[in-house]
Design a binder for this molecule. Sequence first.
Ligand SMILES: *[C@@H]1O[C@H](CO)[C@@H](O)[C@H](O)[C@H]1NC(C)=O
Ligand SMILES: *[C@@H]1O[C@H](CO)[C@@H](O)[C@H](O)[C@H]1NC(C)=O
Ligand SMILES: *[C@@H]1O[C@H](CO)[C@@H](O)[C@H](O)[C@H]1NC(C)=O
Ligand SMILES: *[C@@H]1O[C@H](CO)[C@@H](O)[C@H](O)[C@H]1NC(C)=O
Length: 494
Amino acid sequence: MWFKRELSLPFTNRPLAEHNTLSSNHSKLRHKYFLQISLILALLFLTGTYYSRSKYEFTGILTSPPLGIPERVQRQWGQYSPWFPNKEYEYPPEGCEITQVNILQRHGARFPNADDKYVKSVQRLMRANKFVDSKLDFLREYQYDLEEEELLPFGASQSFEAGGAVFRRYAHLISEKILPFVRASGKNRVIHSATNWTVGFASATHQRINPTVTVIIPEDQNNTLHNICPNAGDGSKEKEAWLKVFSPPIIKRLQKAAPGASIAEEDVFNLMAMCPFESLAKQRASEFCSLFTDDEFKEFEYHGDIEKYYKTGYGESLGPVQGVGYVNELIARLTGRPVEDHTQHNDSLPFPLGRTLYADFTHENLMVAVYSAMGLYNITDDPLSTKKMDKDRIWVASRMVPFSSRMVVERLACQVDRASRFIIRPERTDVERSEDSDDGRQMKEYVRVLVNDAVQPLKFCGAGKHGICTLDAFIESQAYAQRNGDGDFEKCYN
Ligand SMILES: *[C@@H]1O[C@H](CO)[C@@H](O)[C@H](O)[C@H]1NC(C)=O
Ligand SMILES: *[C@@H]1O[C@H](CO)[C@@H](O)[C@H](O)[C@H]1NC(C)=O
Ligand SMILES: *[C@@H]1O[C@H](CO)[C@@H](O)[C@H](O)[C@H]1NC(C)=O
Ligand SMILES: *[C@@H]1O[C@H](CO)[C@@H](O)[C@H](O)[C@H]1NC(C)=O
């Protein structure tokens, strides 16, 4: 797998400064990068990418390096899944032009968090008197060696790719004069995701356009890119309830395979989590993956769905309010009017209006709060059960907030007729037609929202089959945010 090593080179352990200064030995680096980028481009062609026939450019996306694990399995890792598109990106209908793009993106794949006790669970399993199942043989020589908290090379590469993909998709919005405006929440892995994204963006422009991360918001302050609400629940009660449902048969099997090891419910979750975390860190299939069945990983995934739902989602009464600050900032950008927010927006930080492309880097819990403040994936009437998994649910963490996940809000200018119907015939014919009849043609502003490339239904502002709402209807639908969360923000503190 020589190319894996090659591909991960640009992302590892290089301080940001190297990318932003123009020293002479830098041009050597540049040259090296150029070769690697060419390699990436070559790979793009070899890995089933495609050309879009639209007026826009190349839209291929590379979702590697490969991990040696089928995609179907990787998608069952809940919020620990690597990024995959939920759908093939589709441009808005003919006659609509994208005039602004707002990206809210989760950091890329990371090491386990410092308070995850995966190593303890692994040690507990290793303390068995013997291993009866050969799938556990690897533990005889096993050494836990995962680091903590930081962005992984894999996560850096998905962030890099995302930056390039954004330039290729929205090149018409960007020039040397109109740069993307980029912010990050103040955690290392989030900042590194943002900087790797800017490097990916710049390399897609052949270094013609070099965005930088302009604002880093510390996480110990009120921060619209970080979920903060001291009085909010965190879903642990609900997670425990579900763990009690699905872990007993797994405990029984592991006890039998590793007599003498004393495996508890939380160990089941931790040992299953070793599969994504070790695979993503080492970029090869972790042996822990083969200790569990596909169906068990579906139950593991549901555990993540429950956590997100009852932490900052609709299942926690103080969840959605944590996303209100970002939504109010989004409204400001879409309308070009100053931010009106009494939650977490900090007025003294730079917040330019009138830009065409905004990219904000954050955590998944904040993204879930934003979805829930906006009304996306609204399953309030059919909440997640902690007893039974609904196979047809739409609330699925691996699709909503995998590593490097992104919500994109596109503002559109569309040609419509008098009845506000989109004029979706090819433009030229349309112009000819309109010359001899005044059919009330005009431009109108619209919005659509994509989560991991899938257009969201936006029923709450009256969207039809294209998932498009008028800008006015969309803004109106964001009443909870505009009312600053109906007093919920204050409840976070008193
Ligand atoms: C990219 O992310 C890695 C972490 O994997 C970090 O060490 C590196 O400094 C980042 N590079 C840039 C240009 O931000
Ligand atoms: C807002 O940001 C400024 C500049 O970083 C900082 O000094 C200030 O403490 C922040 N305000 C709040 C309320 O967090
Ligand atoms: C955030 O704002 C609230 C309400 O104004 C305040 O009570 C709280 O102390 C602030 N939090 C931080 C971390 O500054
Ligand atoms: C979610 O759905 C519920 C019930 O249909 C509704 O009352 C609520 O306003 C919706 N939430 C948002 C943010 O749109």
